[in-house]
Design a protein around this ligand. Structure first.
Ligand code: DCP
Ligand code: MG
Ligand code: MG
Length: 539
């Protein structure tokens, strides 16, 4: 019989807040929020209990909750580091390291092998897998080699919550596998809490989407298993916009198609159109989805509404595929300013490269081949397409015989500025709202020969350049530049609307140039997308 995978989805609770609390435990007791520019990007559960909402506008939140403590979260370094540490820690527990990261605070764990192995042991033991045996306990092995490593759990009850409420018809096959999965999820979450101090919400099911949705149905610090027989009932109550991977655009296209030609004026209004999975499934068809979204997306989204998601957990590699740093602006028209911004971004980019691509001996683990500069002309709007230009990354980046300042200046003058000129063309007059510097096409360094000489055909400098050695040793802790936004190898789940200095964007009410279509609040255009999620999330 073909067995379904067992997937665990983990999402850290109020993640940025948890990281802040980690460094300052006093914060645990008070209501506080983390802000990025004009938005509350998250708030702790103490604040949520008072009514503060994720992605609420900062001005609203402080008006409504004058005692709310605000922490500036525009420097992502600590969140990124904590995220990595938790990922590594969770990955240690999963056989074959089958762990995929999504954004900073979510992991998907494919624990199918671990469950298969333990189910075989369970079968050998002839432990009655019937719910009539509430005392049947089982030692779940976390190691194939060492039978003493693991934990005890009851096989006749589920750890945590059950989505859609009830026990399945039987405790066999996939159901039993998910029961064991729920105990494994509980064990992994407990280890993370006990050893790393972070709470999480966990979901367990037969695919990534169901596991993720199950996980977010009971928060914080809880977990939920979703048995396949209840999946459709569970999904049917959701708004389609709450299904992961269905974005605003797809949702509007789907609703427009379903309600096209409806006489009712009300139906043209977003809120009045029933967008539940149940309704959409009954009013639409797979063909309609394909017609409006194209074959592959149409198929994929239609399947998701039916709880079918065949995407495998793709273990995230230690080596990012690209590293990029960006900042957004209301308007940038001056070449000297562009130069200054590029310098600042390049310092951050180099720091990021030292942290992510260099080992503790200062040897490069991977070498990006290409430098890419992207921008977005203001004329195409704050969500308009990015335009990019690339060229070979100068190998001076890997040099240990030049100071960091020298490398930054070299990159800005010889790489980014020429690329910027190409991007703006002959016009000379420009107005851009985004600058993104990236290193891409990262190739793994040849094993063992961590000596980059052979790789680049250059003489390798053996470190007597103190400045550089000091810089690199220190960079993870003291020399972190403020990283202002990153679209590294992660499929970033949300729009980061970061900027380093508020001088780039003036947050006076009258500079809020776009109204939110739902609440009418005016705000910086590039914060709109994140703010819309606030409305989507509802209460
Ligand atoms: N984040 C962000 N911008 C967004 C959404 C989120 O910067 N538009 C950041 C802040 C969050 C982190 O990403 O702490 C994780 O996002 P989640 O949606 O998982 O939110 P939290 O972890 O904060 O809260 P929850 O307990 O609801 O998971
Ligand atoms: Mg979270
Ligand atoms: Mg999350």
């Amino acid at each position: 019989m073909l067995r379904s995978p067992v997937i665990i989805a983990l999402d850290w609770d109020a993640f940025y807040c948890s990281v802040e609390e980690h460094f300052n435990p006093e914060l645990k007791k008070i209501a506080f929020a983390v802000k990025q520019k004009g938005i509350i990007c998250t708030c702790n559960y103490v604040a949520r209990a008072l009514g503060v909402k994720k992605l609420q506008l900062l001005v609203d939140a402080v008006k409504q909750f004058p005692d709310l403590v605000i922490v500036n979260g525009e420097d992502l370094s600590r969140y990124r580091d904590a995220s990595k540490e938790l990922w590594y820690f969770a990955r240690e527990m999963v056989w074959g390291g089958k762990v995929e990261r999504l954004g900073f605070d979510e992991l998907f764990l494919d624990v199918t092998d671990m469950i298969d192995f333990n189910i075989a042991l369970l079968d050998d033991l002839h432990v009655p897998p019937a719910s009539s045996h509430p005392v049947s306990t089982f030692f779940f092995r976390m190691s194939k080699e060492d039978p003493s490593v693991g934990f005890s759990c009851p096989v006749s009850s589920v750890a945590g919550n059950m989505a859609a409420g009830s026990l399945p018809g039987d405790f066999e096959g996939d159901n039993l596998r998910l029961v064991l999965g729920s105990h494994l999820c509980h064990y992994i979450r407990s280890q993370i809490l006990d050893i790393k101090g972070y709470t999480s919400s966990g979901g367990v099911s037969i695919n990534k989407t169901l596991a993720k949705m199950a996980g977010s149905s009971h928060k914080p610090n809880q977990q939920t298993v979703l048995f396949p027989e209840f999946a459709q009932d569970f999904l049917d109550t959701y708004d389609i916009g709450r299904i992961p991977w269905i974005g605003h655009k797809s949702k509007s296209l789907i609703l427009d198609a379903i309600y096209k030609g409806t006489d009712s004026v009300n139906h043209t209004m977003e809120g009045a159109r029933d967008a539940t999975v149940f309704n959409v499934r009954h009013l639409a068809s797979k063909q309609l989805f394909v017609n409006i979204l194209g074959q592959s997306s149409g198929d994929k989204l239609w399947n998701l509404l039916h709880g079918v998601d065949q995407t495998a957990v793709q273990p995230t590699s230690d080596m990012p595929t690209q590293i990029s740093i960006e900042d957004t602006f209301k308007s940038l028209t001056d070449l000297i300013e562009v130069h200054n911004v590029l310098r600042r971004l390049t310092y951050s980019l180099l720091d990021r490269m030292y942290i992510d691509l260099m080992d503790s001996n200062g040897d490069w683990l991977g070498h990006p081949q290409t430098a890419r500069l992207s921008t977005r002309p203001r004329s195409t709007g704050y969500y308009g397409p990015r335009i990019s230009r690339s060229e070979s990354l100068p190998s001076i980046v890997f040099s240990s015989s030049h100071s960091r300042d020298y490398i930054v200046d070299y990159l800005v003058d010889r790489c980014w500025m020429p690329l910027f000129s190409k991007l703006i063309g002959d016009a000379k007059i420009f107005d851009v709202v985004l600058l993104n510097v990236a290193v891409v096409n990262i190739e793994k360094a040849p094993t063992k020969s961590s000596d980059i000489t052979s790789f680049f055909g250059k003489k390798r400098y053996t470190d007597d350049n103190e400045l550089d050695v000091v810089h690199r040793a220190e960079s993870p802790v003291t020399k972190r530049a403020k990283v202002v936004g990153e679209y590294a190898d992660l499929e970033v789940a949300h729009f980061n609307f970061l900027g380093e200095d508020d001088e780039d964007v003036i947050f006076e009410e009258d500079s809020y140039d776009e109204p939110c279509v739902v609440c009418g609040q005016r705000m910086i255009s590039f914060a709109l997308e994140a703010h819309m999620r606030f409305h989507e999330l509802g209460d």
